[in-house]
Write a new protein. Structure first.
Length: 350
């Protein structure tokens, strides 16, 4: 075998492996809220601003025990998730009482699985690998559809190849791939755009990456220190007063030296689970510094905000979850068989 052939075999197998693992982990994550299994996870979401203000004050008022952020309960998951430094965290009920703690993400399968699906446990390097695999996946789907057209008269739908020979795998790959192509394009494209934002131009048009970056840009840092006397309850009340119909989703301490406490809310019109309606409060006295209403964003930004809900099946109910589950399982199967054919069953392609 030539050096070029060896390179092609290993790269093809590696891309297939990454796509298969992303498909499998994504399929499991689609149903994450249903299998976490922590007490109070099934509680109904409490929407009252005073209840949320009280819970926030209970969790944030003690500087020694204050989390870096609080992700509030949603309609599908009834717990608050607290994040602490070095991967530690906790779940709390909606009154602010701690239900369970962990010192590392490895103690919570939903957290390390999410990290794997988004970063391959490798941070920015993992994101690049996933992005490259996503772009390759898009190419595979499109080129596979073109190649299938030439052999369309031999189409036979099978969930599994007739034999585990390379020709049989290639034929199964093309036939199953053409059936699943629309769902695969949707799941792979939406996932790739979240990592390689320039890919957004394919659907959202020229200028989309710049418009998205501008819309997501926070106010300039104000350089104040976080006070121990912040009125956290009043911040929650002020956020609800500014956007009365919005659902409180997240509150986070200032990043680095920005001096800005971030509050994230979700308007009724937004698909994004955590919304993109933002408020920023000064860390020294809690005054409102700025806000951004997701409803005022341009069409390209609003389109971008819809991609994650489509990718993670956060819209469309159970029917759409099942479709994305099918897409994930198909990607897992196709990627796994690609690994088998590239690394273990080499031979002439029929």
């Amino acid at each position: 075998m030539t050096l070029l052939g060896t390179f092609h075999r290993w790269i093809g197998g590696l891309l297939g492996l990454v796509l298969a693992l992303l498909g499998l982990s994504g399929t499991i994550l689609v149903h994450r809220d249903g299998w976490i299994g922590v007490p109070h996870a099934a509680d109904a979401r409490i929407a009252g601003s005073e209840a949320l203000a009280a819970a926030t004050a209970r969790l944030m008022s003690d500087p020694a025990a204050r989390p870096d952020s609080i992700l509030y309960a949603s309609d599908g998951f009834g717990l608050l998730r607290l994040s602490f430094p070095k991967g530690a965290g906790a779940y709390a009920d909606q009154s602010g009482a701690i239900v369970t703690r962990w010192s590392s993400q490895w103690e919570r399968p939903e957290l390390w699985l999410f990290d794997f699906h988004h970063h391959l446990f490798a941070g920015d390097v993992g994101e690049w690998v996933i992005g490259i695999a996503g772009c390759a996946g898009l190419f595979f789907v499109v080129s596979g559809a073109i190649l299938w057209w030439r052999t369309r008269r031999t189409f036979a739908f099978r969930l599994w190849p007739r034999r585990l020979s390379r020709p049989a795998i290639v034929r199964h790959h093309r036939d199953l791939g053409i059936v699943m192509a629309p769902l695969l394009l949707l799941s792979i494209y939406t996932g790739t755009v979240m990592i390689f934002r320039p890919v957004a131009v394919l659907i959202l048009g020229p200028g989309a990456p710049a418009a998205i970056a501008q819309a997501l840009k926070p106010p300039a840092p104000i350089g104040v220190k976080l006070s121990d006397d912040i009125d956290w309850a009043n911040i929650v009340r002020a956020a609800h007063a500014r956007f009365p119909q919005a659902e409180l989703r997240l509150i986070a301490l200032p990043r680095k030296d920005s001096g800005l406490i971030t509050v994230r809310m979700r308007q009724p019109e937004e698909w994004l689970p955590n919304g993109r309606t933002m408020l920023w409060f000064a860390a020294d006295d809690g005054r409102l510094v700025g806000d951004s209403d997701a409803r005022a964003h341009g069409g390209q930004v609003q389109g971008f905000n819809m991609l994650y809900p489509l990718h993670a099946a956060k819209v469309g109910g159970l029917g759409y979850k099942l479709l994305m589950t099918l897409s994930g399982l198909a990607l897992t199967l196709l990627g796994s068989l690609a690994v088998w054919s590239f690394w273990f069953k080499r031979g002439r392609i029929a």
